[in-house]
Design a protein around this ligand. Structure first.
Ligand SMILES: Cc1cc2nc3c(=O)[nH]c(=O)nc-3n(C[C@H](O)[C@H](O)[C@H](O)COP(=O)(O)OP(=O)(O)OC[C@H]3O[C@@H](n4cnc5c(N)ncnc54)[C@H](O)[C@@H]3O)c2cc1C
Length: 445
C-alpha cells in the first residue's frame, strides 16, 4: 500500500467515525470540501445547515495509470491540479469543467459539462468506480457492476446521499496544444445546422459555442495540435470570450484551453466593467481575476449582494436538441441575455435519477446545455429564474440546481426519480444525517 493510499484509508476511517457519531446523536450535517463552492450564494443558505463533515484533507491524486489511461483521485482535487498532473503524462480527463477550483467531488455530486461532452456526456459518465462513506458511517465501493444504483444516484445528489471519498475515471491522450477555429453565423438556423452536423460527424475534439447576440453566433471548434505557429494567453490582459468574436482561429496550450473561461469566470467580470479594462487588469488582474478570486470576492460582498431583490441568474439548462429551436425563439425574444454559452451534451443512457415521466418527455440522446452567467433579476414584475425553470420544464429539459429553485415538491419528483432516490437514501443514509434532495435545494425560494 502506498503512503498516499494508507493516508487515504486512515482519513476515510476518521470521516466514517465522525459520521457514525453524528448519526448516533441524531444530528444533521453538510459536507465541507474546502476551497470555493460553485453555488450561487443565497441568504441564510440552508445548503450549509447543520454540523460539518470536513473532507478538505481528501485532495490528492492517488494514481495515474498511463497504460490503462485511468486516474484515481480524492474528491477535493481541483481540475486545475488534475489537468496539470495528467498532462505531464500526455493525458487528460475527458470532461474538464472550465473553472480551476471545481473539484472532482463537486463535478460528480453536482454537475459538469465541457466541450468533449458532445461525445462523452458529463464527468460522471467517464467514471468507473466510487468509494463512498454512507450516512451510517460505512465505507463502500460502487460501480456499474457493484452497487450500480448507488453509483448512478450519487451523480447529481448534491451531497444528500453520502460522502464521495475516491473516484476512478478514464483519461484520453492529449497533445500539448489546441488549434481553435471560430465560425461566425448571423442566423440561428445556420448556426444550429452546423453545430448539429459537427456533433454527428465528430470531426473535432472540442465543440462548444458562444452566442454573443441574436446575429453573432460563434461556433468554437477545437483540435489537439503538436506544433502551433504561435500561442495566445487569456490569463491576464486579454479576454477569451471576446477573442472568439474578433478572431477566425487561435492556438492555446491545452492547459490554457481547458481553463479559457476561468479568468473571467466565463463573463462574470462583465457585471463589473472596470474588471475588463486593461489598466485595471494590468494593475490588479493577478489578485482580482480568476474564478476562485471572483467567487471569493462575491462571497465577501454577499451582505451587499443580499440587498439585491434577487441574485443574478446563474444556471445551466439542458434542452433536448430537437427542441433547441423553440428554446432559442423564447430565449432571444423574452429572456434576452448575452453572451450565452452553448455546449452540446450527449447522454450515453437515460440517467436513473430522472423520473420515468420526464424521461419520456426528454426523448433525445443529444442535449444542448445553455449556460446563463449573470442575468440581472431585479424587476419586481418578473422572476427570470422562475421563468427559465418553467420554460426548461415545458421543453422536457433539466436545469442544474446550483442556484434558486422554484419547483413544488410534486413537480420536482415528476422530474427526478423518487423511488430510485428513496431506495438509495434508505440504503446509504437511513437516519437522515444529510438532508433530502428536495429539502436541501428548495428551502429558500
Ligand atoms: C459561476 C459558475 C460557473 C460554472 N461553470 C461551470 C462550467 O463551466 N462547467 C461545469 O461543468 N460546471 C460549471 N459550474 C457548475 C459547477 O461545476 C457545479 O456546480 C459543481 O457541482 C461545482 O463543484 P465544486 O467542486 O465547486 O463543489 P461545490 O460547489 O462545493 O459542491 C457542489 C455539490 O457537490 C456536493 N459535494 C461536493 N463534494 C462532495 C463529496 N466529496 N461527496 C459528496 N458530495 C459532494 C456538495 O454538497 C454540493 O451539493 C459553474 C457553477 C457556477 C456557480
Amino acid at each position: 500500500m502506498t503512503d498516499r493510499s494508507s493516508l487515504h484509508a486512515h482519513e476515510v476511517q476518521a470521516i466514517a467515525e465522525r459520521i457514525r457519531t453524528l448519526a448516533a446523536n441524531g444530528e444533521r450535517a453538510h459536507i465541507e470540501k474546502g476551497g470555493v463552492h460553485h453555488f450561487v450564494p443565497l441568504p441564510k443558505d440552508p445548503r450549509f445547515a447543520g454540523r460539518t463533515v470536513d473532507v478538505s484533507s481528501l485532495n490528492r491524486v492517488l494514481e495515474i495509470d498511463v497504460e490503462k489511461r485511468l486516474a484515481v483521485a480524492e474528491p477535493g482535487v481541483t481540475f486545475a491540479e488534475l489537468a496539470r498532473a495528467t498532462l505531464a503524462h500526455g493525458l487528460l480527463p475527458i470532461v474538464v469543467p472550465e473553472l480551476e477550483g471545481i473539484t472532482v467531488g463537486g463535478a460528480i455530486a453536482g454537475c459538469s459539462v465541457e466541450s468533449m461532452s458532445y461525445r462523452h456526456g458529463g464527468f460522471h459518465d467517464t467514471s468507473l468506480e466510487y468509494e463512498i462513506v454512507s450516512g451510517a458511517g460505512e465505507v463502500l465501493t460502487c460501480s456499474r457492476e457493484q452497487n450500480p444504483l448507488a453509483f448512478e444516484m450519487i451523480h447529481g445528489s448534491y451531497g444528500t446521499l453520502g460522502v464521495l471519498t475516491r473516484a476512478t475515471f478514464r483519461l484520453v491522450p492529449a497533445k500539448p496544444y489546441v488549434h481553435m477555429t471560430y465560425v461566425r453565423h448571423t442566423s440561428f438556423a445556420d448556426f444550429e445546422r452546423e453545430l448539429r452536423a459537427h456533433c454527428a460527424q465528430g470531426d473535432y475534439d472540442f465543440i462548444d459555442a458562444i452566442i454573443h447576440s441574436r446575429d453573432a453566433l460563434v461556433l468554437c471548434l477545437g483540435r489537439f495540435a503538436d506544433t502551433p505557429p504561435y500561442t495566445s494567453s487569456y490569463r491576464h490582459l486579454e479576454i477569451f470570450y471576446k477573442s472568439t468574436l474578433a478572431r477566425r482561429e487561435d492556438y492555446l496550450t491545452t492547459e490554457d484551453y481547458c481553463f479559457r473561461y476561468d479568468t473571467e469566470c466565463h463573463w462574470l467580470t462583465a457585471t463589473f466593467p472596470p474588471l475588463e479594462w486593461k489598466p485595471v487588469r494590468w494593475l490588479l488582474g493577478k489578485r482580482l481575476l480568476g474564478s476562485t478570486n471572483l467567487i471569493r470576492a462575491s462571497g465577501t460582498l454577499a451582505p451587499l449582494l443580499a440587498l439585491k431583490r434577487r441574485p443574478d441568474v446563474v444556471c445551466d439548462v439542458f434542452i433536448p436538441a430537437r427542441r433547441f429551436g423553440e428554446f432559442w425563439e423564447w430565449y432571444s425574444r423574452d429572456f434576452d441575455f448575452f453572451p450565452l454559452w452553448v455546449v452540446p451534451y450527449r447522454v450515453p443512457a437515460m440517467y436513473p435519477w430522472i423520473g420515468p415521466e420526464h424521461a419520456a418527455r426528454m426523448h433525445d440522446e443529444l442535449f444542448i446545455d445553455c449556460a446563463i452567467y449573470g442575468k440581472p433579476n431585479g424587476d419586481p414584475s418578473v422572476d427570470w429564474s422562475e421563468r427559465l425553470e418553467e420554460k426548461t420544464y415545458e421543453l422536457g429539459g433539466i436545469k442544474t440546481l446550483i442556484s434558486r429553485n422554484h419547483y413544488s415538491e410534486e413537480r420536482f419528483w415528476s422530474i427526478y426519480h423518487r423511488a430510485n432516490y428513496d431506495a438509495v437514501k434508505r440504503q446509504l443514509d437511513p437516519r437522515g444525517v444529510f438532508p433530502g434532495l428536495y429539502e436541501k435545494l428548495h428551502k429558500v425560494g
